[in-house]
Design a protein around this ligand. Structure first.
Ligand code: AMO
Length: 441
């Protein structure tokens, strides 16, 4: 838009005539005067239509959430009206003209009031405009950027994984069927697992930000039908500790970046950037599954129950000053078929989970790299190696010991801001009961 000034920069235009464009967040009528709060992508400013303003008639039409272009003069506010803690709290736009770009109909509810989650999700084209939603997705965008940048600095090459695949990589995770291809049923990818392993061949270190699709049969606060995963894979490792170290660095870099960029968002969410102990405390604490159960004083189990994930996170926070904790050495039988088991450590595997503020946000492992061992494991699990022939090529031609992990972007975002339901940290969530609108039960 020609000659448009962004709201963030208005205070350098005091005494001058400017044009802004944006939405009407608030309308307040005071006698014949009208006050507006306008917002654009850079912030908020108050405007006023004085009783003698040529914009008085046009202002009558202006409803909340209308998109408008506004002309006027930037004035300093009298001292008694200054709101020091607010952006542009010391200035005001004295409105001379308002051009309606698109008039908003009456809203179904006042934007920013607390809604139940279904109402919020039913009205996303409107509710995504709230400060709270904009904060969440601003945070998510920064997480993505920082995570990517960290992996690039750690010599990883990004690639695009396919969403249409011939089978389920996770064996057990429910996959969505796609009926389109001649002679075969395809699926939506439950993980980019096979493709990131294949990419160790060309790049040694590869990562992808991929959509995963899981036909979860339960509706929980942590499961989506469609999620975004930050996956990486690296070659020439000695154990799972190397991918854990790469992940820890990526998490550290991400936390540092969002702490620097978004102090205001953490404040609005009544939380603070997560803590990771630095040296000499030794970074994110690492417990084996057995140690975790022992620490909690509960009987050994083959996996972590959700309440134990929460319990061990409380322990890590209290005893180690860490919002994150690694759990390692799960039974091989509980992990995906490609997970490596060192014969001296059987029946435990080299898989790990990363928990953050009470929730698993990442899973990873060292993988089986030997062709014959992988075939052996497939047979043990009743998987037909013939069906995996494409993937298995990577192992025929020199696959080094390798490993990697996958972080769920929505879960990471949700825990970063202590949001209870992962669906609120997904711009357009899909679950058993919803594709944009609610599906019939
Ligand atoms: P896993 O199945 O544990 O591991 O998935 C990795 C991470 O992805 C996120 N996630 C989900 N988030 C929301 N809704 C879901 N339905 C959902 N499913 C998974 C979680 C989880 O920690 N291939 C392995 C990873 C690896 O070994 O590299 C895998 O898919 O945050």
């Amino acid at each position: 838009m020609k000659n448009r000034v962004f709201i963030k920069g208005l205070s350098s235009h005091i005494g001058k005539t400017v044009a802004i464009a944006g939405w009407v967040s608030v309308r307040r009528d005071q006698g014949k005067m009208v006050f507006f709060d306008f917002r654009d992508m850079t912030g908020n400013v108050q405007g006023v239509v004085l009783t003698k303003s040529p914009a008085l008639d046009a202002a009558k039409e202006v409803t909340v959430e209308s998109a408008v272009q506004v002309g006027g003069v930037i004035n300093k506010r009298p001292l008694k009206n200054v709101q020091a803690d607010k952006q542009n709290g010391d200035i005001e736009l004295q409105i001379e003209s308002i051009e309606m770009l698109s008039k908003a109909q009456t809203l179904p509810f006042e934007l920013g009031t607390e809604l139940n989650l279904d109402t919020h999700l039913d009205n996303l084209p409107l509710t995504l405009r709230t400060q709270r939603s904009r904060d969440i997705f601003e945070m998510q965008s920064s997480i993505l950027e920082a995570y990517r940048a960290s992996l690039k600095r750690q010599h990883f090459t990004e690639f695009e994984a396919p969403a249409l695949v011939g089978g389920d990589a996770e064996g057990g995770a429910a996959a969505f069927k796609v009926e389109y291809f001649k002679d075969t049923v395809a699926y939506l990818a439950t993980s980019p697992q096979f493709y990131k392993q294949i990419m160790v061949g060309p790049f040694e270190r590869a990562f992808t930000v991929a959509k995963i699709f899981r036909a979860e049969k339960s509706a929980t606060t942590r499961h989506l039908s469609e999620a975004t995963c930050l996956d990486f894979e690296m070659g020439f490792i000695e154990s799972e500790r190397e991918p854990m170290a790469i992940l820890e660095k990526a998490i550290q870099d991400t936390v540092q970046a969002v702490a620097e960029q978004h102090a205001d968002i953490f404040k609005r969410f009544n939380t603070s950037p997560p803590k990771i102990p630095g040296p000499p405390a030794g970074g994110i604490p690492i417990l084996t599954l057995a140690e975790a159960h022992e620490t909690l004083g509960v009987a050994p189990e083959p996996d972590m129950a959700p309440e134990h994930e929460r319990g061990i996170c409380e322990w890590a926070k209290k005893e180690k000053g860490s919002d994150f904790v690694f759990i390692t050495r799960f039974p091989t039988a509980k992990r995906a078929f490609y997970t490596y088991e060192d014969p001296t450590e059987a029946p435990l595997s080299r898989g790990f989970d990363l928990l953050f503020r009470g929730l698993e946000i990442n899973s990873g492992a060292q993988r089986i790299h030997d062709y014959d061992s992988l075939i052996g494991r497939m047979n043990e699990r009743g998987l037909d190696p013939e069906k995996f022939a494409f993937y298995l090529q990577a192992f025929k031609y020199g696959m080094p010991p390798h490993g990697g992990s996958s972080t769920g972007l929505e879960r990471f975002t949700a825990r970063m801001l202590e949001i209870a339901n992962v669906k609120e940290a997904t711009a357009f969530p899909r679950d058993m009961t919803r594709i944009d609108t609610r599906l019939s039960e």
